[in-house]
Every structure is written in C-alpha cells, then in structure tokens.
Design a protein around this ligand. Structure first.
Ligand code: FEO
Length: 171
C-alpha cells in the first residue's frame, strides 16, 4: 500500500507538531521546576514524554509503509511564563491546534479513501478529546481553588498526582 503525497505531507507535518509539543512541554517543565512548582514540573516532564510517543507512533507508521519520516527542526520553545495559569492556558491552546490538525488529516484520509490512515488516526482523535479535557480540568481548578499562594499550592499538588510517567530519568 502506498500513501498519497497529500497524506504523506499531512503525517510529516503532524510529526513536526508532536515534536514541537514534546519540546514545548519540556520547556514548561523546566520553568515550573525552577519556579518551585514541582508537581507541575513532574506533570509536564511526563506530558513531554507522552508527546514523544505520539511523534514516534506517526514516524513508525510512515516507516512501516516505506516512507521515511522526516525528522524536523523545531522553533525554540518559550522559556518563561507570567504564571502557572498562563502556562496551562498555552498548553490547552497547543492541544486545540493539534486537534484541528488531526481532524483535518482525518478529512484528507476520507477524501483519498485511505482506510489504513483513517483507522490509524482514530487513536489520535480519541487521545485529543482526553488531552483537551485534561487541561480544561486543570484550568477550572484556578476558579475552584483560587489564584493565591494556597490555591496554587493545591493545584501544584493536584498536578503531582496527575503526573503519569517517570519525571526524572536520572533519579
Ligand atoms: Fe500529541 Fe497532546 O497531542
């Protein structure tokens, strides 16, 4: 089976988006760690790892069909944020753009009658629902718990419990 040029381009562009996401979340983790939000740092280290697995999924799908995936250079990530809330909001916006790109790819796969890619993308469609919900839930916490030091500390603790992957590979 051969991928159409349109699908190849869309999948390679998605590799770029996932690579940017893994780097952006790594930069967010660094900012959180240095600012003293250890729970949030653990959360974003894990999130960065997760994005790398998304990128790998697409790289390996392309390779499995004989198309060598293009590994992109990415723009440098912002290294500081006004607040934890601004950072989470930026993460949600990132996810919303990724969702758009995935939906756009699904439409291309439909138009090209590329059933394999269509089925491959199903996992990403479901994943994006979870990704957006995750960040919306965290944002809600600012209204629920407050934006003063105590509120932020509670949110940081919540993020620590939500961090899913090993935060520190050298520990
Ligand atoms: Fe790979 Fe968070 O989207």
């Amino acid at each position: 089976m051969k991928l159409s040029p349109k699908i190849k381009k869309a999948l390679n562009d998605q590799v770029t988006l996932e690579a940017s996401a893994t780097n952006n979340y790594l930069a967010m983790a660094s900012w959180c760690e240095v600012t003293g939000y250890q729970g949030a740092a653990d959360y974003f280290y894990a999130q960065s790892d997760e994005e790398r697995t998304h990128m790998l999924k697409i790289v390996r799908y392309l390779n499995s069909l004989g198309t060598i995936a293009t590994i992109p250079a990415t723009k440098s990530s912002p290294s500081s944020y006004k607040s934890l809330e601004v950072l989470i909001n930026t993460a949600l916006k990132n996810e919303q753009s990724v969702t758009k790109a995935i939906h756009n790819m699904v439409e291309i796969a439909q138009k090209e009658k590329d059933h394999s890619t269509y089925v491959f993308l199903e996992w990403f469609v479901n994943e994006q629902v979870q990704e957006e919900t995750k960040f919306e839930t965290i944002l809600q916490k600012f209204d629920l718990l407050g934006r003063d030091k105590l509120g932020i500390n509670e949110i940081d603790k919540f993020l620590a419990t939500e961090a899913t992957a090993p935060a520190d590979p050298v520990a």
